[in-house]
Structures are given as C-alpha cells and as structure tokens.
Design a protein around this ligand. Sequence first.
Ligand code: UT7
Length: 323
Amino acid sequence: MSNVEISAIGAYLPPLVVTNDKISEFVETNDEWIVQRTGVSERRISEGENTSDIATKAAKIALERAGVNPEDLDLIIVATISPDMFIPSVACIVQSNLNADNAACFDISVACSGFVYALEIANGLMQSMKYKNALIIGAEVLSKVTDWTDRSTCILFGDGAGAAVLKQSKTKGIIKSYLRADGKKGNALTIGGADIDTPFSKEKILQDKYIKMNGREILRFAVPAIAEAVTEVLKDTNISLDEIKYIVPHQANYRIIKLAAEKLKLNEDKFYLNLDKVANTSSATVPIALNEMYEKGLLNKGDKLILVAFGGGLTYAASVIEW
Ligand code: UT7
C-alpha cells in the first residue's frame, strides 16, 4: 500500500467583510455578546458567487501550487451542505470549470466534518483505484441558507472555500483517520430539503429551507466528540499528542475549542484558530485554516498535524497527517 499526502492547499474567501456591528443593524444583538459567546468578530459573505464559483477559485490556487494540470486529476470530491443545486453536483460543475475531464466527481454531505471525511475517502479511492492526483474541496455559501432574522444562528456562519490537491507520496502523508456519526442527534442541526407535496402525498410535508440549530445541544456534543476523535485517531499510531505540532479544528466557537483543550489537558495554543475573522464556514473551515497556516509559513515538511471536526449529522472526524 502506498501513501497519500496533501501536496498543496488553497483557499478563497469572498471579499465582502461583514462585521458584528453590521449584523446588529438588522437583528437584536451586539459585538460584545457575539465575541464573548463565540469568538467571532467578522465573516466574509458572498455578494452573488455560488458554491461552485468559490470552490473553483480555491481549487485553482491549490492546483497551481501543486503543479498539477486539471486534466491530470483522477478524482474531485466536494464536501458541502450548500450546493448550487441537487444536481449536478458541485464537483461536476467544478470539473467543467477547470476542464478536469478525466476526473471522477461527486459531492459528500457530512456538514462541518466534510473535509476530513473527504480526505479519507480520497485516500481510500487513491489506493484502490491507483489514482495519482485528487482534488478535495470544502466549499460553502451558507449565507443563502441562513435565516437573517434569526440572531441565534445568523451571527455564527460565513462563506468560503478551501481545497487540497492529494498525490501519491513516499512520505507518510495521511497516517490514520477516525470517522464517526451519531444520526440520532441529527435534529439538533438541520437545513430542509424539497417539500413533499405531490398528487400522491397523504399530507404535505413542507421543509424549512434555512439552518435551524439547537446551539446548546451542539455545544454539549462537540467537546467530548473532539476529545474522543483526537484520542482515538492516535491509537495504534505510535504518535503521542506531544509530537503533534498543531491541531487544526473545525472553527465553530472559541468556547468549544477552549473546553476541548481543557478536556485533553492541552495548551490552547496547540489549536490553530482563525474563527475571529472567518467564522464558521462548515466544511471549509479546516482547509481555510490550513491555507492560512501555509501562507504564514507555519507548516514545515514532516510536521505532524491532527485535523478534527464535528457538525451536522451529527458527525465527527479526525485525521492525523504528516505535512
Ligand atoms: O458547526 C457546528 C455549528 N454549530 C455550533 O458550533 C453551535 C455551538 N453552540 C454555540 O456556539 C452556542 O450555543 C451559541 C453561540 C449558538 C449560543 O450561545 P449560548 O451560550 O448557548 O446561548 P443561549 O442559546 O443559551 O442563549 C443565551 C441568551 C438567550 O437569552 P435568554 O433566553 O437568556 O434571555 C438568547 O435569546 O442569549 C440570547 N441570544 C442572543 N443575544 C444577543 C441568542 N443569540 C443572541 C445574539 N445576541 N446573537
């Protein structure tokens, strides 16, 4: 069995910065409450770009950095909960935008854990299909599924995309992943789909098209989920937490990360955080954070990292990788 590594990373954030003060102009909230409860100061919001547009922009940066031509991609996976439409998948639209005509393409719906799931799915397919190059993307335009009259959710989310090019490698690359879900808790975080209202339906089932969330339940779920995933992913790897340079978590809420660090008896500084400026972009938070770390020169060859995420489904996941 060969290894698969992240060869390059890229990200794209829409240019419009929306501050907490801006949001307080249309819902009853304020900067102090939002910063204290979440750690978020501002987020980027799309002014019309759709998920496939921002996914394509992030992908182009990652491909350029990896030195991979789009026609040499064997696989494109997009993790998203805010696709342009049900079909075609965002991955197929990105394929067309890039002229990546030789790639197998599909989306996965794993909410905020999507990028970590995509990493391991691509790893597995690259081994079984002997693929040389894969592109995985976490991309979300959450602003289009946000209820901008609901102050308990509209303050939390942002738009953005992050992409990684994966290659077969001689280094360790993706060392191990841990993928879990707890579907029984799924109602804590939902975005409705199509209505059931046909000539045959016994009763109409009308769906809410916006994010609905029980924030408290997600808080309770997230902290032990992060601790479990970080602990389990290291089992049988002969790698200790001390050897991990950074934990790159899903960026949902500063309080969640602080509590998870306490539970794992780790210094908070081990967790890379950028949620103050980017907010929660669901499947895109982990690759956007990785991209920022790369651009700041924080990632060196051989560094060991844990990527860890949790979210809708409910799902949670971690991967330990060597950069
Ligand atoms: O990717 C996964 C996505 N989800 C998450 O990560 C969510 C995790 N959960 C959270 O981040 C937190 O639960 C929230 C930040 C969403 C909320 O914080 P909380 O400490 O759980 O607050 P709460 O929902 O218990 O609300 C406390 C109070 C309530 O008022 P009363 O009932 O005490 O009078 C809310 O109505 O704060 C009020 N409130 C607000 N006040 C000002 C709720 N939202 C706001 C707001 N501004 N934006």
